[in-house]
Design a protein around this ligand. Sequence first.
Ligand SMILES: [Zn+2]
Length: 239
Amino acid sequence: MTFKCCLCQKIFSLRKQLLSHERVKHRNNKTIPHRHLLSQPSVEQLISYQDAFIILIKKRLGFNRHSVGSKRLSINVFPEKIFVYLFQNEPLFRYNSALRKYHCKFKGEAGELRLKQILNYEHWNCRQDPKTNTTGYVLFANYEGIYEVTFSWAQTELVENDRIFQCGTVTCKFTTDSGEFVDENGIMSNQEYQSEGRTLTHNKNSLITFNTNNNQSNPSRYKPILPRSPLQQLALNQL
Ligand SMILES: [Zn+2]
């Protein structure tokens, strides 16, 4: 039995040789040899998977310190053609032919803007608590660096009774944060509580996160409000 690289037709006697060849020689491959076999998805299909991403991402967004960090979601039955259609033209789209896996990354502010277009929704990456105005959001950039959102697709295969069963799964990984924001016009809604005096830049268009270490110098404008209990909230409302 031999193993052929679908990207350059080179033949290998062992599968692990093919895997290592592809990893080294085609690390940044974007070519999908079977692309012509994937049909164009319908608009309805596209919308339903865009919506699924938006709903599942928003479900991972929360409003307190415990909802901050690495998050992951999977859609267990996800058509390959949808993944390819959504991501194939992106600069960080990659296809591993031997493993039948796709990968696509979105980094920093450019990544956030691009995902607005791909998911067809301006506010795909944030969710606001109606009671406190705290916003949970997908993090792309802060004072510590740049963050990325990755989408990957892999095929699970089952061979049984001379039949091949296939199912594609998509996984999305991202980092979340939460905070409170004022808008650029200076109309204060609220403010993220930070123990140290650092200004966070949130890359959501008209929102800027402020640091709160200068509470004392600006007592009328800045109130530390994260984290807080409902009781503390009540007390603040009565001020
Ligand atoms: Zn090759």
